[in-house]
Design a protein around this ligand. Structure first.
Ligand SMILES: [Mn+2]
Length: 349
């Protein structure tokens, strides 16, 4: 039977389920500066592990942004391994992390076999569930599906394999991840499977309007004013195919904002007619500049992951980023130099 073939011992969801069922305590981490897919995936996997009888703790070096802080979590959230205070996991999963160091230095050290806060890799079975192209398969078991629009959609397959209901926190967390990474089901990665999954979750009782009330309608006036100022300063390049914005720390601070207030800004520039690539360059808190790239236009869109990779960054075909050790204006010039040939090469058809 095809179902046996799909979810039998050779299938990755089977192997992941076995790895989890064999554990007692799991630490589930995600990347710094988490977005809805990061937090949603972490929470969703936590709900699954609790259903399997494991003790669950969560890990993220950053604080959760205000617009995600409301999500009920299936276990206590630690911001450093020291906070575990002797609670020794036998399973460790990173979700939505394109590389171990995306979760911070402690996790990079752990996966390199160092012993941050006494955590020994050889005593812990590790799992990596992700959808970033650049993921180097750093764990004992790696479930990396580049074609998945969200890590949360991969985790939904695990839930389905285990025949768990999407009612309550599990479905809400999956929906949050899916909606975030598909731009509320508007980006090129939105496929029928994502919409079917969303429909299943809604059938299980999720109230979409209530979710968005908590998730989306949470802006401060400072954030609104910050976006207003940034929108005033958008510049166009390459015959209007590239929209670029540079952000200084001073601008952020002037409006009482921090980096989470910029979440979604690069994607917002997609609204500009004729724009194929949106570029956002922001001054880092300590040094260097953070680059966010978004591209649009379906299959013919510019592969911004390839551009980011040339600067040591990574991500997805239509959403990528990098950290570059130069001042913002210099970085903007470097990125434009790399992007202009890319948008002109894909034109004409
Ligand atoms: Mn994601």
């Amino acid at each position: 039977m095809t179902t046996d073939k799909d979810t039998g011992p050779a299938a990755v969801e089977y192997r992941v389920a076995e790895l989890l069922k064999g554990g007692r305590r799991i630490l589930i981490g995600t990347h710094q500066g988490p977005d809805g897919d990061a937090v949603g995936s972490m929470a969703a996997l936590g709900h699954i592990c609790r259903a399997l009888g494991l003790e669950v703790r969560l890990y993220c070096q950053s604080d959760l942004p205000d617009d995600l802080a409301w999500l009920p979590l299936p276990g206590p959230l630690a911001h450093s391994l020291g906070e575990l205070r002797g609670w020794a996991p036998d399973r460790l999963a990173l979700v939505d992390c394109g590389a171990a160091n995306r979760a911070g230095q402690e996790m990079a050290d752990f996966f390199q076999g160092k012993k941050p806060a006494g955590l020994e890799r050889k005593k812990i079975q590790t799992l990596n569930i992700d959808h970033h192209v650049s993921n180097p398969a750093f764990a004992d078991l790696n479930w990396v599906e580049v074609a998945a629009p969200a890590t949360a959609e991969i985790i939904a397959r695990l839930a389905r394999h285990l025949k768990l209901s999407y009612a309550g926190g599990l479905g809400e967390a999956i929906y949050l991840g899916l909606a975030t990474d598909t731009g509320n089901f508007t980006y090129a990665n939105t496929g029928a499977p994502s919409l079917r999954l969303a429909a299943e979750i809604i059938d299980s009782g999720l109230k979409v309007e209530e979710l968005f009330e908590k998730y989306d309608n949470t802006w401060s006036l400072g954030r609104m004013r910050l976006w207003g100022e940034l929108l005033q300063n958008v510049s166009l390049h390459a015959d209007g195919k590239i929209a670029s914005t540079v952000i200084s720390m001073a601008t952020l601070r002037k409006h009482g904002c921090d980096t989470p207030d910029l979440e979604g800004f690069a994607s917002f520039l997609r609204h500009l007619k004729g724009v194929e690539v949106a570029l956002l360059v922001r001054e880092g808190a300590t040094s260097g500049s953070k680059v966010s790239l978004r591209s649009m236009g379906g299959r013919s869109s510019v592969d911004v992951q390839a551009v980011a990779a040339r600067f040591g960054g990574g991500g997805h075909r239509s959403a990528a980023g990098a950290v570059i050790s130069f001042p913002v204006n210099q970085v903007e010039a470097m990125m434009l130099e790399a992007l202009i040939p890319a948008v002109t090469a894909d034109g004409g058809n």
